[in-house]
Design a protein around this ligand. Structure first.
Ligand SMILES: Cc1ncc(COP(=O)(O)O)c(C=O)c1O
Length: 447
């Protein structure tokens, strides 16, 4: 039995209809270097999606490897209740210096969904312990995505992932999200003043008394198809949260650490959330780790004599794992010393220019939008009506398969093709990726 046959015998792959694998077999990756992955036969794949948006500084980055190897020989793991270690302490100290103002207390977990669960429980318990026991529900945006566990799915709004589990989920308050591509207020991105906040205003008026927190993916609803909205919306949301004593949770799992062009998406808005979740790029995409970060004000509401029962009794076995922290420390050092965000800003302009040259005039491209190095190409059968290709056509999937043949890992979200590369991508790699993407679209759409 070869490796692929064995894989199909044993492994249930994530987010996949396994029957699809009859036709498109799993690709056995042997090694990685920079933006490339290589299969067993030596064929290269340009990882334009950063392996599910987590690889920040290239595969097998020598500096991260070195940091982790040193840590491996010293300490692999230790219980994090009542014990601590230097890599965790140093990492928190470093992050405190780059986070939006006020975020200074760090609670570790091991994946994005877990960080969201932690944030929800923290917000709930905070409200309870500060005299608001009726504030028990959560607000979230339509089209939002926050992970796959039950709490995270409850505050998500994507039927594709959540619909079947509806009877298991919490009763959350959904607010219509900004939809800048099809703006119902007839605004374009440049003259928007966040008019659609009116939906949130209405929901806060009606439900704030029973709401402990509102969770958002700031500026970028990634899984919904790289939907982007302006910072003014976050500013207005911050004001609403303050007025109604609702905590604001920022899910920066996909947007954190330079993905959007700034260190955090919230930096564009010039306001701080009460709780922030980070993961993915935190370790450069090396090893699962996440942190839920909050303010002194929230932390203090849990700080009391043990007998008062106010402690946050939340834990994960791998909280604060030293290997994860060593990767995180290496990532911070590289971001700082190699001026990665400055370089990525130049590349972001180049990538967007190349994508516009290749796709702007295409009859099936409804919109090209970008934020930092993230670029999304919205496909439509009709630019005027902005309608979607019927989902049965699996247009994105057809293009994905074509791109794979050419050596590009493009994982479209429905009708949206997107680029979300490691921040270290160079111009030559950008040219190659855009060409392969353009050719793949031509093969499938015949234009
Ligand atoms: C915004 C956002 N939140 C949460 C998650 C969940 O993270 P994980 O897959 O590590 O559980 C993701 C994953 O893509 C995400 O994009």
């Amino acid at each position: 039995m070869n490796l692929i046959e064995k894989d199909l015998k044993y492994i249930w792959h994530p987010c996949s209809q396994m029957k699809d694998y009859e036709e498109l077999k799993p690709i056995v990756i042997d090694r990685g270097k920079g933006v490339y992955l290589y299969d067993k036969d030596g064929k290269s794949y340009l990882d334009i999606v950063s392996s599910w948006w987590c690889n920040l500084l290239g595969h097998c980055n020598p500096k991260i490897n070195e940091g982790m190897k040193q840590q491996l020989d010293q300490l692999e793991h230790v219980i994090f209740a009542n014990f601590t270690h230097e890599p965790a302490i140093k990492l928190c100290e470093e992050l405190a210096g780059i986070l939006p103002e006020g975020l200074c207390k760090f609670n570790f977990s091991d994946n994005g969904s877990a960080a969201v669960e932690c944030a929800l429980k923290m917000a709930f318990q905070y409200q309870y312990q500060t005299g608001h026991p009726k504030k028990t529900r959560f607000m979230c945006l339509s089209e939002g995505y926050h992970g796959e566990t039950i709490g995270a799915l409850s505050v998500g709004s994507m039927d594709l992932y959540a619909k079947i589990y509806q009877p298991m989920l919490m009763d959350t308050i959904r607010i219509e999200a900004p939809d800048c591509y099809r703006c119902p207020f007839g605004k374009c991105r440049d003259d928007c003043d966040g008019e659609c906040i009116c939906h949130a205003e209405k929901a806060f008026e009606e439900f704030a008394d029973e709401t402990c927190a509102m969770i958002v993916e700031p500026l970028l609803q990634g899984s919904a198809g790289m939907r982007m909205y302006p910072p003014v919306y976050l500013k207005k949301l911050r004001r609403l949260c303050d007025r109604y004593q609702v905590l604001l949770i920022a899910d920066e799992i996909a947007t954190g650490f330079g993905r959007t062009g700034r260190m955090f998406a919230f930096d564009y808005a010039g306001v701080s959330p009460d709780i922030m979740c980070v993961s993915k790029g935190l370790t450069g995409g090396y090893i699962p780790m996440a942190i839920t970060i909050t303010t002194d004000q929230i932390y203090d509401a849990f700080y009391a004599d043990y007998s008062e029962g106010k402690a946050f009794m939340h834990s994960h076995t791998y909280s604060g794992n030293p290997l994860g922290c060593s990767a995180g420390l290496a990532v911070q050092k590289i971001l700082r010393e190699d001026h990665i965000l400055e370089q990525a800003a130049t590349r972001a302009i180049y990538l967007n220019k190349k994508i516009e040259e290749a796709f702007l005039d295409h009859p099936n491209v409804g919109e090209i939008r970008h934020l930092g190095l993230i670029n999304a190409i919205e496909l439509t059968p009709d630019k005027k009506t902005k309608s979607d290709f019927p989902s049965q056509l699996r247009m994105g999937y057809q293009i994905y398969k074509e791109a794979l043949k050419k050596g590009l890992i493009l994982r479209p979200l429905g009708n949206v093709l997107y680029f979300n590369p490691p921040l270290i991508i160079n111009e030559e790699e950008i040219d190659k990726a855009v060409n392969m993407c353009r050719e793949s679209v031509r093969e499938v759409l015949k234009v």
